[in-house]
Ligand binder design. Structure first.
Ligand SMILES: Nc1ncnc2c1ncn2[C@@H]1O[C@H](COP(=O)(O)OP(=O)(O)OP(=O)(O)O)[C@@H](O)[C@H]1O
Ligand SMILES: [Mg+2]
Length: 440
């Protein structure tokens, strides 16, 4: 296609050059005639015999050249026609194919029993700028055998709506299958939102939804497998954060900021995740972090009447919890809580007594704002392993993100820019580290 366009472009260019070239010769001929006509030496012309020899010779040459030009133009037009015709046919064929595949995809989604996705898509009228291809509808039997009939030995995680299983599809492709047993209205809506949003967006820091399946009451979501599980299990599970060095934690913080920046600033309409927390941050085999669980996500412009107050206590911003005011700053607040977890290695809420919990923000805020106390409250696994200036900077970002007044919180773009210089080049930032020294 490209070659044909180039050829056409060259042809037009050549034709233009020919036309430009023809002009001076035409002008010369006309001026020649003019000179002959105005020549004082020449007497008034009464008959062809009176023409000076030169003038007599010039007029037929001019006509010949005009003829040549006309022939050239006609030939050129024919050539363009010959080239344009197949090109137009090709273009029409491609448009037809595209239209067909869009129709098939819409039909696929529509065929989901009890899930009127097309009406949902129509209602939100979304046109994301992400160019992800459609998500596949997967065969239940295939997933059933790939998870060893959803055997408990294959469980890799458990959430509010069901279990997550490891599964091996053909070609040694490993995936994670989330099985939603819950039949509540909420779980159906979350499933629908997750499929709808994840099928349209694509970003290195957002989980890939490979497919989904509906079988009777069971709904399955199939994701890329994240070998290192969730940030929550890394920080608070058996390894107690020992796999996560200071730089690795900074890289995770930067990855999450990049994922959120994509949702807030680049998706049109923008998306608020609404359930950002360490269990929804998944880590691949190289500890690249990706945002997951888009069941509660909300797109800009969605009617607030349909949005129920949702989220996870300890991560929910106060203005959303108290007044239902939802903005991108709600995600920034939750992001701040995750930063606290990364720095301190502690859970977002801690049980004081059997009936009393305390948020990490409440007890840690004074320590994070006091430079002299800060190093002593840092996760023992990473304590004294970082440049103190960097630690102060990240603590300041974390404190800003969890301000109770949303307008005092930074935009996620600002957070992202402040973290880039703290992450080593080889991990996706701009920090140059040589052996044990940090090069500023
Ligand atoms: N794609 C995946 N790859 C690897 N592990 C995953 C994947 N998706 C989920 N998990 C694991 O399964 C766990 C449960 O996930 P799930 O999203 O169902 O619940 P949750 O996030 O822990 O809690 P909630 O129900 O409140 O969202 C996760 O915390 C994670 O450890
Ligand atoms: Mg989750």
């Amino acid at each position: 296609m490209k070659i044909l366009v180039c050829f056409l472009f060259n042809l037009i260019l050549n034709l233009q050059i020919t036309t430009i070239d023809a002009r001076p010769s035409k002008l010369i001929l006309l001026s020649d005639i003019h000179i002959h006509e105005l020549s004082p030496a020449s007497a008034p012309i009464s008959s062809m015999a009176d023409f000076p020899p030169g003038a007599h010779m010039d007029i037929p040459t001019h006509q010949n050249s005009n003829k040549k030009l006309v022939i050239g133009l006609v030939a050129g037009s024919c050539l363009i026609g010959v080239i344009l015709l197949p090109l137009t046919c090709l273009w029409i064929c491609r448009r037809k194919k595209l239209y067909k595949s869009t129709k098939i995809n819409t039909r696929r989604l529509d065929s989901l029993k009890g899930l009127p996705l097309s009406s949902f898509i129509g209602r939100t009228n979304t046109t994301f700028n992400g160019d992800k291809t459609s998500v596949t509808v997967m065969d239940y039997k295939l997933l059933q055998s790939a998870t060893n009939n959803f055997h408990e030995s294959e469980i890799i995680g458990q959430g509010g709506f069901g279990c997550v299983y490891k599964a091996q599809l053909n070609d040694n492709l490993l995936v994670a299958v989330k099985k939603l047993d819950n039949k509540s209205q909420n779980s159906v809506k979350e499933f629908q939102t997750e499929v709808d949003i994840l099928s349209r967006i694509q970003h290195p820091n957002i989980i890939t939804l490979s497919g989904y399946c509906i079988h009777e009451e069971t709904k399955l979501l199939v994701y890329e497998l994240m070998q290192n599980g969730s940030l929550e299990s890394q920080l608070h599970g058996p390894s107690c954060g020992s796999n996560l060095t200071w730089h690795c934690r900074m890289k995770i913080a930067l990855d999450i900021a990049r994922g959120l920046e994509y949702l807030h600033e680049r998706c049109k309409p923008s998306v608020i995740h609404r359930d950002l927390k360490s269990s929804n941050i998944l880590l691949d085999s190289s500890f690249n972090a990706k945002l997951s669980d888009f069941g509660l996500a909300v797109m800009e412009g969605a009617s607030s009447k349909n949005i129920k107050l949702s989220g996870t206590l300890g991560y929910v911003a106060p203005e959303y919890l108290l007044d239902g005011k939802l903005t991108d700053k709600s995600d920034v607040y939750a992001y701040g809580v995750v930063l606290f977890e990364l720095l301190l290695g502690r859970r977002h809420v801690e049980k004081l007594t059997s009936s009393k919990c305390e948020s990490i923000i409440n007890w840690a805020m004074p320590q994070l704002m006091d430079r002299s106390k800060l190093p002593s409250v840092i996760d023992p696994v990473i304590r004294d392993t970082m440049d103190l200036k960097h630690l102060y900077q990240v603590a300041a970002v974390a404190v800003l993100c969890v301000q109770s007044e949303p307008s005092y919180r930074p935009l996620i773009t600002d957070v992202l820019h402040s973290l880039v210089p703290l992450v080593p080049v080889e991990l996706g930032g701009t920090l140059r580290v040589t052996e044990n020294r940090v090069v500023v």
